[in-house]
Write a protein that binds this ligand. Sequence first.
Ligand SMILES: [Ca+2]
Length: 621
Amino acid sequence: MHLFRLIFSLVTTCLFAELTYSADPIKRPNFVFVVSEDNSIHYLRLYGNKLGITPNIEQLADNGLTFNYAFSGAPVCSVARTTLATAMHAPRVGFQYHRKSALATLPSGVKPWSQVLRENGYYTTNNAKTDYNFKVDRKKAWDMSSNKATWRNRPNNAMPFFHMQSFADSHESRLHFPLKQMEKSTKTSPDDVVLQPYFPDTPIMRYTKAHYYDRMKIIDSHVGRIISQLNEDGILEDTFVFYFGDHGGVMPRSKGYAYESGLHIPLVVRIPENFKHLINHKRGSRTNGFVSFIDFGPTVLNLASISPHKELDGRAFLGKSISAADLAKRNEVFGHADRFDEKFDMVRTYRKSKWKYIRNYQAYYADGLQNNYRYRQLAYDNWRNLYRADRLNPVQRQFFERRPVEQLFNLEDDPHEINNLADDPNHVNRLTEMRELLKNKMKSINDLSFYPENRMVSAALNDGVAFGRKHEKQISRLSELADTALLPFDEAQQTLTKAMQSQGALRRYWALKVCSNFGNKAEPLVLAAMPLLKDKNLMVRVRAAEFLGGINKVDPMPTLYDVVNTAETEQELMIAFNTIVYLRDQVGHKYDPKKVQLKFNKGEVYRRVQYLAGTEPNTNY
Ligand SMILES: [Ca+2]
């Protein structure tokens, strides 16, 4: 009997080995992504911040390549993670809103690249966060996606794998502590932290930052544990380990904002001994080459010798045919920020080397506009209270005031993006260059944010890329109209007047947004805008009320009550309520909740309703 078992076992082992060999004749590397939530480079010693002591990540860097300039594309989870999973720019496909109010379908033939790996013989696992803004069959994208997923479950040890592991110990929610928490001391001393210059120097700010450094130490211990597991399994030197943050964060003015604090993430790639021939960098080195989340998928596919789909936006930054010198030459990156929960924005950024250009399409909304989730962090509340008490200097006040339509920063001199050079005559040429670079990028992707979210959801999400191509001219014309905000007002006036009288609702809509960007300067257009308070298109009415109420020419609320009582979709209601909060909090109009009876009152809409009624549960006190 024993002999039989032995023979059976030998036969099956040989057979199995034979099958494995024929299915996978070339040994291919494994990949592990270790992802920490919500942290920018600003919390790591590896990036020059001495309180960010993370020895395991540093050891990874000693055995790998550190990217001085890695970016997440968007400064928030679902948009960034969707960009990572698809290798496509979110506003090109229709997954730029967080959280999504509807899921986008990927263009025909495009799959999440984890699925492509899987179809090419990889065992693929995700533990566990997905947060995708597109339709996906998770059973096809991953062999396992849950908090039990691990490479250790693969059917045989010869099978190459891709494992993605997310850690939430550095997530924003970890800073949603009550005031009482500050009685407990932090490992990092609050006295030692250096606050960003736009923060008031308060005990809450200092404690929050010290506490976050402590959270990063926990992340570091998780990184160490993953490395130990790979070592125990004898596969560390067969595995590329990528450590990175899923986007920046997470003190105020980082997560949710397209500043470097929201976009500039740490990235270290450990180079395994057995595959170092694929990499043109020495272990322990650093690169200045710019890489972004769209590039991660193509990079993994390249290292696994798989060709990416031609629709993907990213390009590989490691692997055969990519030299260290070529990578170092990459110095441009595109960023975007749209709606975050119930708070709307449309910001596009372009960075080239040390120059950062920001285009605020709704510059009249202050960065600090209410977002219930953000304001659960005491530091936000603390900052806003001091603003209201008029106890801040101009740099600290900016967060709560309207923004310039365009901003230009020299990040080498001004890493915190507080000294806007867009109006500086010495930088006219640079401004023009950066403006063109961004404009070309946005045109090349047919940016779908030129449609209000309700329109995008109803018309574009079946295939955003195809929709964008079909409507390329319309998007381009809307972009030109939006850019009249960059002209002196008297040069823009005629175009805006004409657009307000256009048959096209989108032109009327954008003309009014541009007027809001001009603010009081657009007073000569008040009469032309008045009839649009009764426009047949609800969203045009919202923008008319926003412009005219924004400069105190009308009481905008009756128009807005009428809109929210008529609107039927979540997207229309979210847009209208965002305007209501802006007009109430920032401009000072009175809002009466009793005038409102909604057909839809859930999710993000409900958050606004709660906030406006003063019943938003504040967990802090
Ligand atoms: Ca996140």
